[in-house]
Design a protein around this ligand. Sequence first.
Ligand code: PAF
Length: 279
Amino acid sequence: MIVFTHPREWKRLRSELFSDRASVGYVPTMGALHEGHQSLISRASEENDLVVVSIYVNPTQFNQASDLSAYPRDLGTDLEIAAAAGCEVVFAPTNESIYGEEMVSSDTDYGTLTSSLEGAERPGHFNGVVTIVRKLFNAVKPTQAYFGEKDFQQLAIIREMVRRESIDVNIVGCELVRDEDGLALSSRNARLSNEGKLTALFLSKTMREADEKDRTVPPQTLAKWAFDQLENHPGIEPEYVEIVDATTLEKLNEWGTEEARILLTAWVDGVRLIDNSAI
Ligand code: PAF
């Protein structure tokens, strides 16, 4: 396993160790790797000559200092998990090596894509995400980059950034991975108690039930129904439940031919969980 911390090291290593024509599959992460990340790395490994995983907890995308400091960090275990899934190279930048002197994010306004849902609840979050992903792409120069649909809005925004800035990378969206009970895999699940994990199963159950409802109910009425279900469930505090056009993320007012997605955020055990599914 090769681990590098500065973009300039990768420039050298890449030409020394690999052919310039080798395709690079890239999986950006904030560490605390789980099976969801493993599935991204395995897919990247099947579809490319080599795989680079980055592990960097990006301060500018956190809204609260407490959330940033509570974020799980264990580089040794992450390296083992990444290697087992087929990764040869890990980029583990420091704040200085990736941001330089000033750790600031630049403003990003992609209309509804950045202002709705997580953008409304977490001001500045996507400024931080777009800034760091742009820097990471610039450092790694991947052929293809793999993102999970767990962060559905993030994936849509990264696609938009690549489109607007004509970045030469193919963005591959990968299906959200759930545990056998239906809980969406997330690094934050490690902070849930056993009881909290059981409570959190109600999130995916509610989305499944919403999907099974008759389409005579308009999307926004269905979203309100799902929100009420969560709000009335002990131990769950929902922030939002929305049914949107899967491409533009605009709220859907009636069912049409466009792909629809249900997205939600709720607090369980003091942990903020996000989930989504096709509907
Ligand atoms: O999805 C994540 O883990 C992060 O938002 C990312 C894409 C690695 C940027 O910090």
